[in-house]
Design a binder for this molecule. Structure first.
Ligand code: F6P
Ligand code: MN
Length: 332
């Protein structure tokens, strides 16, 4: 009996059970047709992502240090930040790097790109061996902080049972896994088709403690439950977001009663993932307007972040703009 193929989200290039098999494409080749020097940069990032994932089981401790946001840094936060910044600034491609783990930008003498990094998103998950990733925003010739509208490309690597590259460029979002031969982006294989959010969402996740959610967020979560979307939350942005990218739905780290700007850093988290969401046919909002249009004020600024299928995110925006709420019972 022939082995059954498993259909991975957006990565099914092998013998499909249903429909014609799709051609495997190397991520490097896909990107080269889009932009040759951007492809070189993604090549380097792809290589470094595989280096980071190899380091995870070897470097599990905490440091004494805290970052600008007062979060205690893991050894891996510091190590991956060092690796990425050093290699990017030495590449000749990148002129400026800003990172969630650094207070100020770092510059090189030349290079056409600027890069915003969350070197190890979800690093509090190291302890329990759960999902983490690296988030990257790429700009052409722009100083940081920059507006999400000016992103040339955004990508993340998800460190799960397999490493997955999710790369947003002008023509769409490509998903790839390091299942091929070669190095860097040549090792990452994609089906060559831009990935779109499924039209009907089936999962949702919302960060922050429930008792700190606003009434509007609670109300919206109730309507999602009533529509039978499944709640799924693991505590890493890339991991939780990837479920929505794959299955469709809604993901937010919302404004909280004691943190009106939520938790996510605009430059390093909300903008890159917002860009990917738009390119995949979804919507990225602060609850009041498009994330990518937020005026950049500082490297460390935060923004409430609502992402997912257009209809759901628009519905949340409408609900947040009403004073009464869906059931006419919101106080204030
Ligand atoms: O970078 C912040 C982060 O680690 C995200 O990856 C994750 O979504 C969030 O924090 C988890 O926050 P909380 O612990 O409040 O659920
Ligand atoms: Mn993060």
């Amino acid at each position: 009996m022939a082995a059954k193929s498993i259909r991975r989200c957006g990565l099914s290039w092998r013998n499909e059970e249903v429909g014609a098999p799709m051609a495997a494409r190397k991520l490097r080749e896909l990107l080269e047709t889009e932009d040759r020097s951007l492809s070189k940069l993604v090549d380097l990032l792809a290589e470094l992502s595989l280096r980071i994932v190899r380091e995870i089981p070897r470097t599990l401790g905490m440091t004494e240090g805290v970052n600008v946001y007062g979060e205690q840094q893991t050894e891996l936060d510091v190590w991956s930040n060092g690796l990425l910044t050093k290699r990017l600034l030495r590449s000749g491609l990148v002129r400026q790097v800003a990172s969630e783990e650094m207070e100020t930008v770092m510059n090189a003498d030349h290079g056409e790109y600027t890069v915003a990094l969350d070197p190890l998103d979800g690093s509090s998950n190291i302890r329990t061996n759960n999902l983490m990733g690296t988030i990257v925003g790429i700009y052409h010739d722009k100083a940081l902080p920059a507006s999400g509208r000016d992103l040339l490309s955004a990508l993340y690597f998800l460190y799960g049972p397999y490493v997955e590259a999710v790369v947003g460029v002008k023509s769409g979002v490509y998903l790839a896994a390091p299942a091929g031969r070669g190095t860097g982006a040549a090792k990452f294989i994609s089906n060559g088709e831009p990935h779109r959010l499924p039209q009907k969402g089936s999962v949702y996740g919302i960060g922050g403690s429930r008792d700190k959610w606003t009434e509007k967020v609670r109300e919206f979560a109730n309507t999602l439950e009533m529509r039978k979307l499944k709640f799924r939350y693991g505590g890493s942005f890339v991991g939780d977001y990837n479920q929505v990218l794959c299955s469709g739905g809604f993901f937010a780290y919302p404004e909280l009663l004691d943190a009106p700007d939520g938790k996510y850093r605009l430059q390093f988290e909300s903008n890159p993932i917002g860009y990917i969401t738009e390119r995949a046919g979804g919507k990225a909002s602060t609850g009041k307007g498009n994330i990518l249009d937020v005026e950049p004020r500082s490297l460390s600024q935060r923004a409430p972040t609502y992402l997912g299928n257009k209809d759901l995110v628009s519905e949340f925006e409408e609900l947040s703009s009403t004073t009464a709420g869906l059931f006419g019972n919101a106080k204030g």
